[in-house]
Write a protein that binds this ligand. Structure first.
Ligand SMILES: [Zn+2]
Length: 314
């Protein structure tokens, strides 16, 4: 079984209110189809449909204050409670004392240790690598995880070859990154490329941060556009799956975009959406771990799903 994972930064479960929550303003046919025509919100946290399920994950991790990306993504991508270990929510970059934890326990490394092939689908511009030379600790949890485990970070040549996806999905931003001739692709084409990667690799991650950006900007226009573009990608994914043994998993590190009445993160639960013919089985394996699932349960569940009964590296 392969997993195609979407990490959307700053997406929580909000109220069913189109004035605050762009999920109820945007046109999201692919996500709605996966969830049987519905979308989750604070009073409808669980959805079980024929094509997919949604369940809530706690992102507060037993720590007061507003969740942040450094500690939340540590929990999400290692299974270790980054906020508890750091004694606070911290971000956007990994908290210094968590770097060894991430290097040791990140999901990419866990797969490599059991002989599985992981990939990070995002493509990074040269500017990113230049910046890291002078700011080596300013990585995200995901890029640091790749660097610590030897998973290659994809570059412009991969984008041109169709072997990677731009962080903005369509690659239109590359015009301003020194590549005026970069080919723009549709969100659907990006989705098809991700499915092709997920056929080749056991675990493929794509990270989308425009959702968190739109939440901080409190911009309904930007938020709706970011969500609709992602939904187009999802449409391409669903159309390309064609019965392939690929489970699609989507989740986030903390709330933000679901409440545009505030520019900060929120303490809302985040949705975990699973699509694919085995979605219900995956979800019950995950939620069977604890009465109330949290970000910490995602990596162990994915590792067990792809590589059953391999003792996770803990
Ligand atoms: Zn943020």
């Amino acid at each position: 079984m392969h997993v195609l994972m979407f990490f959307l930064d700053g997406v929580g479960l909000g109220s069913e209110d189109a004035d605050r929550n762009p999920f109820f303003r945007a046109h999201l046919p692919a996500l709605r189809t996966i969830l049987g025509g519905e979308l989750p919100h604070l009073r409808r946290r669980r959805i079980e449909a024929a094509n997919g399920i949604c369940l809530p994950l706690d992102a507060n991790l037993g720590v007061p204050g507003l969740p942040q990306s450094g500690t939340g993504q540590t929990a999400l991508f290692t299974g270790k409670n980054g906020a508890r270990l750091a004694g606070k929510h911290f971000g956007p970059h990994p908290y210094s004392t968590l770097r060894p934890v991430i290097a040791e326990h990140n999901i990419f490394k866990q797969f490599l240790q059991v002989g599985k092939k992981p990939a990070f689908a995002n493509v990074f511009p040269q500017r990113f690598f230049d910046y890291l030379k002078s700011h080596p600790t300013r990585t995200s949890v995901t890029t640091f995880s790749c660097m610590a485990s030897g998973v290659p970070l994809r570059v412009y040549a991969d984008l041109e070859a169709g072997n990677g996806i731009s962080a903005d999905i369509t690659a239109e931003g590359w015009k301003t990154l020194g590549h005026p001739d970069a080919g723009i692709i549709s969100p659907q084409e990006a989705g098809r490329r991700l499915v092709a990667l997920a056929r080749e690799f056991d675990f493929v991650l794509f990270e989308y941060w425009r959702t968190d950006h739109a939440g901080h900007a409190q911009s309904m226009t930007e938020a709706v556009e970011a969500l609709e573009r992602f939904d187009g990608l999802l449409d391409g994914v669903v159309g390309a799956l064609d019965g392939a043994p690929i489970t699609v998993v989507m989740t986030s590190d903390h709330g933000n975009i679901e409440d545009l009445s505030t520019k900060t993160h929120t303490r809302h639960p985040v949705p975990l959406v699973v699509a694919g013919k085995d979605a219900a089985r995956f979800a019950s394996a995950l939620s069977g771990r604890r009465r109330r699932s949290s970000l910490c349960d995602v990596t162990p569940a994915i590792v067990e799903w792809i590589s059953p009964h391999t003792p996770s590296h803990t």
